[in-house]
Structures are given as C-alpha cells and as structure tokens.
Design a protein around this ligand. Structure first.
Ligand code: PLP
Length: 430
C-alpha cells in the first residue's frame, strides 16, 4: 500500500504550527488576523511533481489562475516554466503584470466579451478555448479586424460525470460548458468559414476535485476518438488540452498522486507522438494551490446554547466562502497545541457575518479553545482569497507568503477607505 499524505509544509514543531520555518503565531502577532498564509515551497513542489510525472510528454502546464491569482505566486510559477490558464480580461491583466509568456497562456470561459477577445489577441496569447459558436464568430471577427490568424481549441463536452460536488462538474451534457461532439465535429469540418482562425486544438475540462483517474480516462478516450475523426477529415489537431480538476486531500480523500495520474493517463497516448504531432496541455489549479495555503483566524469567543456550542472567529464566509457555497470541509487546527491534556470541545466554528451559512466548520472536535486562540483553517490556497468579498463591509484580508525562514506581505489588508473607493453620495437624488 502506498502511503498517501497531504504534502505540504505546514507542520507542528513541538506544540507550534509552522509554515516552512516560520511559526504561524509570529506572523499573526505582526500582521493581525485574519490572513491567508501561503507556503511558496509547497506551491513549487506541487508544480514540480506534476512536471516530473508528465516529463515523458513534456506538456505545457498552465496554472489555472482562478484558483489563486496572487501576483507573487504567478510570478514564481511562471519563473519555473508554468503557463497560465485564464478566464477573464482581469486575469489577462494580472498575467501581463507578472510578465508571463503570452505564448503559454490559454483562455477559457463560457462568456468572453469583444473587448476581452481583442485584448487577448493583441497580447498574442497561445490559444482560446472556445465554448460556443457565437464565441467562435466573435474571435474570427476580432482576428479579422486585427489582421491576424488566431489559434483556437474547441472545448468538447465529453459527457462524463465525475463524482464530485454538483456545482463543480463541468463535463456532463447538462452543463453549460463546451460543445457536444456532433456540433464540434461540424465546426472542424466547416473551419473554412472562419478564415482568421486556426483550429489548432481540442480542450476538455470535466470538473474539479476529482480524486480518481477513471473519469479523466473516459474523457480523454473520447477526446482522442474525436481527434482521430477530425484528423481523418483533414484537420490537423496540434494540441490536446486535458484541463484541470485533479483532487486534493481536504479530510480523508485518497486522491491520485501526480505520478499515479500520469501513469494512468500517459499510456492512452501510446499511438500519438506527444513530442511532435500532438502537444499536451494541462490546466491544474487546486492541485497546485489547494494545500499550499491556509487561513489564520482568531477566536473572538465561545458560546454555548442548549443544543450546541459555537466557536466564534474573526474570519467569515466573506473571507472563505467554500464551506457555505459547496459545503466544503476544511480541517481546523490549533496554531498552538494546548499544554494540558484538556478535554476537547465539540462545536461549530462560525464567523461574524449575518447569515446562517456563515460557518467554517460544523461539529468539530477542537482542543479546549478560549478567546484569543489562533486557529488555522487548512487547505485554503485554492478558491480561498480569490472568492473573498467585502460582504458586511469587511475589508479583505492580507495574503502573506513564506519562503524558508522569512515571511512577506504579498497583498496588504484592505483599509476602510478601500471599502468606499469609487463611491460617492449622489447629491442629485437626495
Ligand atoms: C477551473 C478550471 C480549471 C482548474 O480546475 P482545478 O479543479 O482547480 O484544477 C482548469 N480549466 C478550466 C477550463 C477551468 O475552468
């Protein structure tokens, strides 16, 4: 049996929780709470593991930056050779700010505006992942205006349903994503109608937090059959983008490792020349970012009712929405383990927001917590800060990165003035 452990650099040394070589409590005392804390080493480890596992295919690995779009993180991954998977003009802007190689950028999204399309063509991104016919027409028209030929990949809906949360499956017929095989085939056959596009690739992305290889295998097989068909019809297809979606450990999941995954996926390509005629693209987000970050929060108080106990903390659903949004589970650890063998407390860990769905954890067994204790909400590096909001007029929290024995502020805590930026009292309506 292979031992599968959550691979990250958040570990206890004695009773203290550390991020790499820095005690988390030290950062909390300096920065205040709540804050996101990232381990640079863990981000890079995960990227390198995937790169190594897939080395025989030498794929383009585009980090899906909607999972975590911190400029520091993006810059570090790009420096290691990562490309970027973007889903909006705002993400393109961030990619440009870190000087990412545009020829390593792929752009997916069900709804791209004319402006976003033009900006992306102008900046010479590698490829659009196209999700509808109107989009194809819009990209063709924009490329015509800009007098260029743009590469596109057609996002194929492979009609597989992985077992994951309903909100994060994207590859079933009922989902809004991609084009069905019949429509997609037709498009390749009629590619002459789009003279400013090159139909260079096929894209699939079947969902997120998928912990076994089976649905990926099924989807890739369908994509390869599709590619064989359109190639037979005279369309060279240079790229197969197999998307992201690799699951991670939040609690007791047993996801495939990068190596397990590559060992199952790569044999599917035995009849293809991945070095030459068919280039592989991967779009991992959560796999790289998920276990590379945590949210640090402070206990404001403990409250007991007849039915339940509540640990009230200073981070809420506006800071981390995953529990409220997906019913997601995040481990909650003490930043400093208790001295005595104190009896634990079973409680819901809740935020200060005026919503019943404002919880970070339900029915958790915690060491005897007291006001002022620090808690670490684990596995928050993906879809954490990026989904945070100002709901309840709460300034968004800082993002701190650790490398080795030092920590740095990658994004400052928002101020009260940030909350009202761009706003004015409209005198005319008073
Ligand atoms: C969100 C997304 C990804 C990344 O998904 P993860 O589950 O975070 O790996 C990759 N590709 C596309 C098209 C996406 O929308």
């Amino acid at each position: 049996m292979t031992l599968r452990r959550r691979m990250h650099r958040f570990q206890y040394q004695g009773r203290e929780l550390f991020c790499e070589q820095v005690p988390v409590s030290r950062i909390a005392h300096k920065i205040g709470t709540p804050f996101y804390l990232y381990s640079m080493g863990t981000f890079l480890d995960h990227f390198e593991k995937l790169k190594k596992a897939f080395a025989p295919a030498n794929p383009l690995i585009c980090f899906s930056m909607k999972a975590n779009s911190s400029l520091t993180i993006l810059k570090a991954l790009a420096a290691k050779g990562a490309g970027l998977d973007i889903v909006s003009g705002g993400e393109l802007f961030r990619a440009q700010r870190v000087g990412a190689d545009p020829q390593k950028i792929v752009y997916a999204s069900v709804g791209k505006t004319e402006t976003e399309i033009e900006e992306a063509i102008r900046s010479r991104i590698l490829m659009f992942n196209v999700e509808s016919i109107p989009e194809l027409e819009a990209i063709n028209a924009a490329a015509c205006r800009l007098k260029t030929i743009q590469k596109v990949a057609i996002r194929l809906n492979p009609d597989v349903t992985p077992t994951t949360h309903d909100y994060i499956t994207t590859g079933a017929k009922q989902n809004k994503f991609g084009l069905d095989a019949r429509t997609a085939t037709q498009l390749f056959m009629e590619s002459y109608r789009y003279p400013f596009l090159r139909f260079a690739g096929v894209h699939i992305h079947i969902g997120s937090q998928i912990t076994n290889a089976k649905p990926f295998i099924a989807a890739i097989k369908r994509a390869l059959t599709f590619i064989d068909n359109v190639r037979f019809g005279g369309n060279p297809v240079e790229f197969l983008n197999i998307g992201g979606g690799l699951g991670i450990i939040y609690s007791k999941e047993k996801p495939q490792t990068a190596k397990d995954f590559a060992d199952k996926i790569l044999p599917l390509f035995k009849d293809y020349d991945l070095k030459k005629s068919l280039k592989l693209v991967l779009e991992p987000g959560r796999f790289i970012a998920g276990n590379s970050g945590m949210l640090v929060t402070k206990v404001l108080g403990v409250k007991h009712s007849d039915a339940k106990s509540f640990v009230i903390v200073d981070a809420g659903m506006n800071d981390l929405i995953r529990p409220a949004f997906y019913g997601a589970y995040h481990d909650i650890l003490s930043v400093r383990k208790k001295n005595k063998k104190s009896s634990g407390l079973r409680a819901d860990v809740v935020g200060p927001i005026c919503e019943s769905s404002d919880f970070l954890g339900k029915d958790r067994l915690l060491a005897a917590v007291e006001t002022g204790d620090l808690l670490a909400v684990m596995s928050c590096g993906a879809y954490g800060f990026v989904m945070s909001s100002n709901y309840n007029s709460r300034p968004r929290v800082p993002e701190i990165v650790v490398k080795g024995g030092r920590f740095f502020v990658a994004k400052k805590r928002e101020t009260r003035m940030d909350l009202i930026r761009g706003e004015k009292i409209v005198a005319e309506v008073l």
